[in-house]
Write a protein that binds this ligand. Structure first.
Ligand code: IMP
Length: 430
């Protein structure tokens, strides 16, 4: 089994949780490497649905080690709540199966306040963030005024760091954003307690993972969000604030790229996006609504309606190039049943010219005209199919077209949320 990175190949919400859950059976360690509780990974086991925000999806498998890398931002209050909910669903997160990097940055109350105040002020320039403080915490990390997990679990460091940064953050919050200042003592007392509760998970993650690799263990790096929300390669500024592509796996864990073997991209059989920003294949009106209802496209983290559109092979090809995607897991093919015609976007036209690469300029992206290939749909309910040959010919042709237009072979196709509703087209992790 290789060391594998699993990433979203679109704008997030591709169904990574369930694919990670599936292949986590074959690895020893599952690591989250970026993002925070802006993510919502939904896994359905039997009749039960578990939504994870910080915790790697491997936490649902008893004998696996789950790790939160240094590139992740941790909201201790939410994480503790998530652990309680996990336990009430019959699973466990303890010091033997969960490790958190002592270098991970901590989401503080002023990060959430700043995120929400900006979003409510921004009007037209609104990003449509999840409001979890993600942008502000990564900003503080880069500005060298962050608080690390190592500080959170040490009261003296927490006090010193918080004193250093709170005055400046309060000044920004009150003078620029018109908010209320936060109180040092209240935050300190609350967070020192979180630190006490979480200390048992603290770990030098890079050393742990590198030793494990040397000992022959294998690792699954679990990306959050998606390639087109990446801070460098996404549709900036309508992106998240971390490296959500495969490159983030090294930065966010301290494991070198030479130790990563393969990249699996997850994509829906169509496209969705939450929040603002360009979306060339978005379907407006009734048809878009029909797709949203059929796919249950409402966010796992914020409950917001997802915008829905056709599969964008041109954007996916770009994601494959940046991230070295070697295999594709296509999710929710069953949702397309009943659509008479299904479009696949195979290119972009701008001012009459066909583009040769994915535009970096959002104004261009906003004005491009998608070039569609129209395909025949199918009427049958395909959710019970166990093999490719059981799918209607139109569905098989559709999958072939996705492979052909993206240049990436398909590993699996899923036909429903539960663990068994999946067809394997190739066996790559034998
Ligand atoms: P932030 O990560 O909360 O700052 O939000 C920035 C952008 O990324 C917004 O458009 C969000 O809707 C989007 N986003 C963040 N996390 C996710 C996710 O897990 N799935 C889909 N979109 C996300």
């Amino acid at each position: 089994m290789p060391n594998v990175v699993v990433i979203g190949a679109q704008w997030g919400d591709e169904g990574k949780g369930r694919i990670v859950d599936l292949i986590s059976e074959k690895v020893d360690i599952i690591v989250r490497y970026q993002g925070g509780n802006n993510a919502g990974h939904t896994i359905v086991i039997g009749d039960e649905k578990v939504v994870l925000h910080h915790l790697p999806s491997g936490i649902l498998r008893e004998d696996k080690l789950s790790v939160i890398g240094n590139g992740v931002v941790v909201d201790p209050k939410v994480l503790l709540q998530e652990i309680i909910e996990l336990e009430s669903a019959g699973y466990s997160a303890n010091e033997n199966n969960l490790k958190i990097s002592d270098r991970a940055h901590v989401i503080m109350p002023y990060h959430r306040e700043i995120d929400m105040a900006r979003e409510s002020m921004n009007g037209k320039g609104k990003i449509g963030t999840t409001g979890r403080g993600i942008g502000p915490v990564y900003e503080d990390k880069a500005a060298r005024r962050g608080i690390k997990f190592a500080d959170l679990i040490d009261p003296d460091s927490l006090s010193a760091r918080l004193k250093d940064v709170l005055e400046e953050r309060n000044s920004y919050l009150t003078k620029v954003l018109g908010g209320n200042p936060l109180n040092f003592e209240e935050i300190f007392q609350e967070y020192v307690q979180y630190g006490r509760e979480l200390k048992r998970f603290s770990c030098d993650v890079s050393t742990l993972l590198n030793k494990s690799i040397s000992n022959g263990q294998n690792i699954l790096f679990e990306g959050a969000q998606g390639a087109l929300l990446d801070i460098d390669f996404g549709t900036y500024p309508y992106v998240t604030s971390s490296s959500s592509g495969s490159g983030g796996a090294s930065i966010g864990t301290g494991v070198s790229p030479t130790k990563i073997d393969t990249v699996l991209g997850i994509s829906k059989a169509y496209t969705t996006r939450v929040g603002e920003g360009p979306f060339p294949t978005e379907i407006s009106g009734e048809l878009g609504e029909e797709l949203r209802q059929a796919g249950g496209e409402f966010g796992a983290t914020t409950g917001r309606s997802r915008r829905c559109g056709w599969f964008d092979a041109f954007a996916l090809k770009y994601a494959a190039q940046i991230n070295g995607i070697s295999w594709l897991a296509v999710t929710k093919l069953d949702v397309l049943s009943g659509f008479k015609k299904i479009n696949v976007c195979i290119g972009y036209r701008y001012k009459g010219q066909q583009l040769t690469s994915f535009p970096s300029n959002n104004q261009v992206l906003k004005d491009i005209e998608p070039i569609y290939l129209e395909m025949e749909g199918w009427k049958e309910d395909i959710s019970e199919a166990k093999e490719l040959s059981e799918l209607p010919i139109q569905a098989r042709k559709y999958l072939e077209k996705l492979e052909e237009t993206t240049g990436v072979p398909i590993y699996t196709v899923s036909l429903g949320p539960s663990r068994e509703k999946i067809i394997f087209l190739n066996e790559i992790f034998s």
